[in-house]
Design a protein around this ligand. Structure first.
Ligand code: ADP
Ligand code: F6P
Length: 462
């Protein structure tokens, strides 16, 4: 079997149990099971970039990483990946900050990563590049003469042409995607949008990159096992709530504007207004660790959320009841799993999301005999697979409040039926299924890059 080379901007620390972000969680599970090489940014900023990457071995995985300079970090990570591509691909044109300098930095870092990785490659490696930070890396690898198979998986949504074309570089980005042998998306909608965008450009190699949808999954059994062993403080909290006859709603998301957190807080507030019987009977636990704090849109959302949590508590709290519990840090995975299990409702209401693994984790963590209910946004990629959740429009405050009210009242047999159907689907399409399906498809692709007649992409070198 060929060696698997995974490439992602963020490499997980395989020695740690807690990884935040769907990509690190999904890939850590995948590479542990198969072994190989994982290349990416080491998370450090240094005065100068090295000639060679640093290499460490963890079990059967070779971890290869390299630092960024301050300027590269500012242009590539803050400036282009997270101030242009992230908002653009999440349909938030209002937050896009286009700058040619940032784009040049993005291209430069993709080329630098390609140079670092190329030194480590073996001829029969299979390379799998991940996510929006590295859209142009395969193109640079091809320029360096790499003839290995290269697949790409986009973890975030792919927008429709009308949105994508707002970027002055959209044609370049589409061209670069066509340097891969296979391009994978989370959902049929993303795939459709990509195909539609290709209709609008003329590219000589268009037919050569295959594309399909491969919804990412989680390790369902592993997460269910974690959830089974509730930690002591979670158990105590459950007992305390049980005595008082209280229910708990839970949300777990990076503090990102795409996750719809202020909208969700407002919906919870509306629940208490529309249905006063939930006063003192329901609390909402929101765990939202910090993320990308160097990007201004993220500090804005943090302020807004903290203001809302304070306002709701100020208005509704009582001496022995805090309606909103807000935790702004990472939580160990076992604890997260047991918190999911002991919560009656899982609230996953992003305004737009590639997949959303939290939705799958919430379902995996439930006690099948007495499961909680998932309230899920139509705009999460997971909604394509998880039809038995209560699907909501996150922009509709009253609609979400009504769905939470409904979720809290669903009888046991209906909860069991919904949960069984969801569990079956996420088990059939778990992390292993995702990995194998993508890699099998990549192995079976017609492989133009290995032919000497490789046509060069049109993009200008930088
Ligand atoms: P994204 O990739 O946009 O962050 P996902 O829902 O797909 O969204 O993945 C988030 C992952 O990060 C999940 O596995 C989730 O359990 C984990 N996570 C989110 N918040 C925390 C937290 N506070 N502590 C630990 N893990 C977290
Ligand atoms: O899964 C989406 C994603 O953007 C990953 O690409 C990323 O690693 C993760 O979320 C966390 O974001 P960041 O790497 O910017 O901290």
């Amino acid at each position: 079997m060929s060696r698997l080379v995974i490439v992602s901007n963020r490499v997980a620390d395989l020695r740690k149990k807690t990884q935040t972000g769907g990509l690190a969680v999904g890939l850590a599970d995948a590479i542990r099971s198969r072994g190989g090489l994982w290349f990416g940014w080491n998370g450090k900023i240094e005065a100068e970039i090295p000639d060679e990457p640093s290499v460490t071995e963890i079990g059967n995985v070779k971890m290869v990483s390299a630092p960024l300079t301050r300027e590269d970090y500012d242009c590539f990570y803050v400036g282009y990946a997270n101030s242009v591509l992230w908002p653009l691909f999440h349909y938030r044109l209002d937050l896009v900050r286009n700058q040619d300098e940032a784009y040049a930095g993005y291209r430069r870092v993709n080329a630098y990563f390609a140079r670092m990785l190329a030194q480590q490659l073996q001829p029969d490696d299979v390379i799998w590049i991940h996510d929006y930070q590295l859209l142009t890396m395969a193109l640079e690898l091809r320029r360096l003469g790499c003839r290995q198979r290269i697949g790409f998986f986009l973890h975030i949504p792919f927008p429709p042409h009308d949105v994508l074309s707002a970027s002055p570089h959209h044609q370049d980005l589409l061209d670069a995607l066509l340097s891969h042998d296979l391009v994978g998306f989370q959902t049929e909608t993303d795939l459709e949008n990509f195909r539609n965008c290709l209709e609008h450009i003329e590219h000589p190699d268009r037919a050569e990159a295959e594309a399909d949808a491969f919804p990412i999954g989680i390790d369902v059994d592993d997460f269910a096992k974690l959830a089974h062993h509730a930690s002591d403080d979670v158990l105590l909290d459950r007992i305390r709530r049980g005595i008082l006859g209280r229910a708990q709603i839970i949300g777990v998301d990076r503090l990102d504007y795409s996750k719809g957190l202020p909208e969700r807080m407002r919906a919870f507030n509306r629940l208490l207004e529309l249905y006063p019987e939930h006063q003192r009977a329901v609390s909402y636990l929101q765990i939202a660790p910090p993320t990308r704090e160097d990007v201004s849109a993220y500090s804005d959302i943090r302020r807004e959320l903290e203001g809302l949590a304070g306002a709701i508590n100020g208005r509704h709290a009582d001496f022995n009841w805090t309606p909103v519990k807000y935790i702004h840090r990472n939580v160990a995975r076992e604890k997260l799993a047991s918190l999911f299990r002991t919560s009656n409702v899982g609230l996953v209401t992003p305004l737009r999301d590639g997949m959303n693994l939290v939705a799958k984790e919430y379902v995996a963590a439930q006690d099948p005999e007495n499961p909680g209910v998932l309230v899920l946004s139509h705009f999460a990629g997971a909604a394509e697979q998880m039809r038995e959740a209560l699907l909501v429009n996150p922009y509709d405050t009253d609609g979400v409040a009504k769905a939470i009210h409904h979720a809290l009242a669903i009888p046991l047999d209906e909860r069991q039926a919904r949960h069984a159907a969801l569990l079956k689907r996420i088990t059939e399409h778990d992390a292993q299924w995702w990995l194998e399906t993508f890699l099998e498809r990549l192995a079976g692709c017609e492989h133009p890059a290995s032919s000497p007649a490789l046509k060069g992409p049109r993009l200008a070198a930088i």
